[in-house]
Design a protein around this ligand. Structure first.
Ligand SMILES: *Cc1c(COP(=O)(O)O)cnc(C)c1O
Length: 331
């Protein structure tokens, strides 16, 4: 994995959430520290540092790429800001030039939740090699799977040393069974899952090619549905497709469209429900509707369509016909 991503260290973990938590611990982030993070993501992105008592400061997204808006992030920096948690959402790389510039200028740590972006590239460099460390996930909906699994990738020797210890009950580098140097976890990846991962990694590029093909078929068929925008890929990136998420025109809402598709036997998902509006986040941090208008507007209009390696052209055609029908009914 280290060779594939092009980093010094790859340390396996039992899932992507654990991998992110290990990075937060290894970087020494804790109570009172503010972390800039997009709300348009999976809850685990935020949970990974809530476990340590850090405070989320939610940042708006770019409505085109759906990734964290670096200018909005910079506006929200305070003396307590310690880190930026970046997400390469759906597999599209974030705006790394701008993020690195801001992090350097303000002395911030950078964690990459690249759980959805294995194989993606930004200006020719693989995602996972940006920031202080990154985490990938191998849950079944990701580009490759181990059932459950994750990995921390980093070029930082000290982070790697701490992550190895923390995931293994706080044991030292010698791994002496009953010697514990620090409070640690059992976040290890098991051997059976790892064996599956080795073979999946060998096939990864063929999976990515198939997924690109499916994305191209979708884009082609979507041209007939003017109320629905296909995902856009910026010219400076290589997209590794994790999810295929379309955006409805501003006058539409995803709920009736998804309900109509469900009735037609086409399952979809509302990726994402903004994290700042999840009940436990509202309760603890006082966020409410209207706090992140761009994020909330995007989230009202984005739908993940059925997406997997071997989706056929016939199935793609059926999904898009169903979508066109659903849009017509709900307009
Ligand atoms: C999948 C995912 C995770 C969590 O990974 P698990 O392996 O399920 O713990 C975290 N962040 C994002 C953005 C994800 O898509």
């Amino acid at each position: 994995m280290a060779a594939y991503v092009g980093v010094k260290h790859a340390i396996a973990a039992c899932n992507g959430t654990a991998a992110l938590h290990l990075i937060v611990r290894a970087l020494g982030l804790g109570p009172g520290d503010e972390i800039l993070v997009p709300s348009f993501t999976f809850a685990a992105t935020i949970n990974a540092f809530l476990f340590e008592g850090c405070r989320p400061v939610f940042v708006e997204i770019d409505p085109v790429t759906k990734n964290l808006d670096p200018r909005d992030a910079e506006r929200r920096i305070t003396p307590r800001t310690k880190a930026i948690m970046v997400v390469d959402v759906f597999g599209h790389p974030a705006d790394w030039d701008a993020i690195e510039r801001i992090a350097q200028k303000h002395g911030l740590r950078v964690i990459d939740d690249c759980c959805e972006a294995l194989g993606s590239e930004y200006r020719g460099k693989k995602i996972g090699g940006f920031g202080d460390a990154g985490a990938f996930s191998f849950y079944p909906n990701k580009q490759m799977t181990m059932g459950e699994g994750g990995v921390v990738v980093t070029n930082n020797d000290e982070v790697a040393r701490l992550v190895r210890s923390l995931r293994n009950q706080g044991r030292g580098e010698m791994g002496i069974w009953l010697e514990h140097e620090r409070l640690g976890y059992n976040y290890r990846l098991d051997e059976m899952s790892a064996a599956l991962g080795v073979t999946q990694l060998q096939r990864l590029e063929s999976f990515l090619a198939k997924r690109t093909r499916v994305a191209e078929m979708y884009a082609e068929h979507l041209r007939r549905v003017p109320e629905v925008e296909a995902p856009r890929v910026m010219p400076e990136v290589r997209m590794s497709w994790c999810l295929y998420v379309v955006t409805l025109a501003p006058h539409l809402h995803r709920d009736p469209v998804m309900a109509s598709m469900e009735e037609q036997g086409i399952p979809t998902r509302g990726y994402f429900e903004p994290v700042h509006l999840q009940v436990y986040i509202r309760q603890q941090f006082g966020y409410k509707e209207g706090d992140l208008p761009v994020t909330e507007d995007v989230a009202r209009r984005t739908i993940a369509l059925p997406f997997f390696n071997n989706l056929s052209e016939e199935q793609v055609r059926r999904v898009i016909e169903g979508l066109a029908q659903a849009v017509k009914q709900s307009a």
